[in-house]
Ligand binder design. Structure first.
Ligand code: PLP
Length: 412
């Protein structure tokens, strides 16, 4: 029995042979020099961001979560299209500072070392503090440097963003500071002479449930208002998190950006006094870049074993771990996959597409239906723009790293 594959992103779907920004897959491989290759379609990113910007009220900024794809040439393209960059390590911070002023960069993540805190304070980057201890260390470093640290509080919300509705009820977490401790810490930051920058409240990731996202955003605004009231201070910025998913698997459908934008506009139209003067942000990673990336890998060998066909390609989970089902998924399902020059040909061959690694985990397509292909053909795996190259164990088995290339917009 064959297994279904995810939907090919709309901007690529309606073609007989795959083209990205007007060029064929083979042309991109020729330009980059070889396979395996990630191609990132900058025009697709720009189109999505323009649509989202148009859907959101002006009071809400869009931030890019750099960990989704930190590749510098892509980051340099995305940075001017968004209001802020959210980073999760000093390494990402250095990349962000190269393309965005420090006042538009925030640094979240547990376990920030003293040298990371110092680098952020020195640069003027906002720390999204993950614990009381981290706040005290930042204050101490600020005193030593004679620089007032910029500190926002990452709140561990007492609710969760769920794909299927929200689960209420607090939960212990390594991320953020429990709600009960937040008001005192807001006062502590101000009393110690640091700049309090607001709240960062991130309730979850990869949700395709528009209603759940809307509910979570409303609950997040309410929580921010309550905490601001308890602290007696208006937060300059409330980062509402994000969590917009993209369709990876069969049956998945995209989130409704217009509906989300309308709901947040309505929610923020009449702000409570505790948030009067606050600005807001949503931070998105995969939604911005995920569908813009295509991973191209060449068929090296074809074989049958028992009753099953195997097409062996030159790239695998060492570059695109998520497509193998080994990055945060419970049940392995197929990403959208195609023979690059036969995108819409009739798919009458059942085959598994496996990578070159000596592990049964290295499977990019499990019993998928594809058009007949031959050794040397290119296989395209879609939704490769986020959590691809940088989120895969590229050192495992010692194959070369994947190449990456930008498909620029027509004007850039
Ligand atoms: C990972 C992360 C994101 C990005 O998540 P996506 O699912 O890629 O949108 C945003 N904010 C925080 C705090 C994160 O840790």
């Amino acid at each position: 029995m064959s297994k279904p594959t995810g939907p090919i992103p709309l901007q690529f779907a309606d073609q007989s042979a795959l083209t990205i920004a007007g060029r064929t897959a083979e042309q991109w491989v020729a330009e980059a020099g070889d396979t395996p290759l990630f191609v990132y379609d900058v025009g697709a990113v720009a189109d999505r961001l323009a649509a989202l910007r148009a859907a959101l009220p002006d009071i809400v900024d869009i931030h890019y979560a750099v960990k989704a794809n930190p590749w510098e040439p892509l980051l340099a393209q995305v940075a001017p299209m968004v209001g802020g960059l959210d980073v999760a390590s000093a390494g990402e911070m250095v990349k962000a500072l190269a393309v965005k002023p420090a006042e538009h960069i925030s640094f979240a993540g547990p376990g920030k070392r003293d040298d990371e805190l110092e680098a952020a304070i020195w640069a003027g980057v906002t720390l999204n503090a993950e614990s009381a201890g981290e706040i005290e260390r930042a204050l101490e470093i600020g005193r030593r440097l004679e620089i007032a640290p910029q500190i926002a509080i990452r709140v561990n919300p007492d609710f969760e963003l769920r794909g299927s509705g929200m689960k209420m009820g607090g939960r212990a977490s390594p991320f953020g500071i429990d709600v009960a401790s937040v008001p005192d810490l807001v006062r502590r930051i101000g009393d110690a002479g640091a700049q309090w920058r607001g709240f960062h409240i991130f309730a979850g990731s990869q949700s395709l449930d528009t209603a759940a996202i809307i509910e979570t955003q409303a609950a997040t605004v309410d929580l921010a208002a309550r905490l601001a009231g308890d602290a007696g201070q208006v937060p300059p910025l409330v980062n509402l998190g994000g969590g917009f998913g993209i369709p990876y698997f069969h049956g998945d459908t995209p989130v409704d950006i217009a509906a989300i934008g309308a709901a947040i506009a309505e929610k923020l139209a009449d702000l409570p006094e505790n948030l009067a003067g606050s600005r807001f942000a949503i931070e998105l990673g995969r939604w911005i870049v995920g569908e813009a990336g295509v991973y191209l890998t060449r068929i090296v060998d074809m074989k049958t074993s028992g009753e099953e066909r195997f097409w062996v390609v030159d790239g695998g989970l060492n570059h695109q771990l998520a497509a193998s089902g080994n990055f945060g998924t419970v049940v392995r399902r197929n990403y959208p996959i195609a023979v690059a020059d036969k995108l819409n040909a009739s798919a009458d061959v059942e085959t598994s597409v496996v990578g070159p690694l000596c592990t049964p985990l290295d499977r990019l397509g499990d019993k998928v239906m594809l058009p007949q292909a031959q050794v040397g053909d290119l296989i395209a795996i879609f939704c490769a723009g986020a959590y691809g190259a940088s989120a895969s164990p590229s050192g495992f088995l010692g194959h070369p790293a994947a190449r990456e290339i930008l498909a620029p917009t027509k004007n850039s």
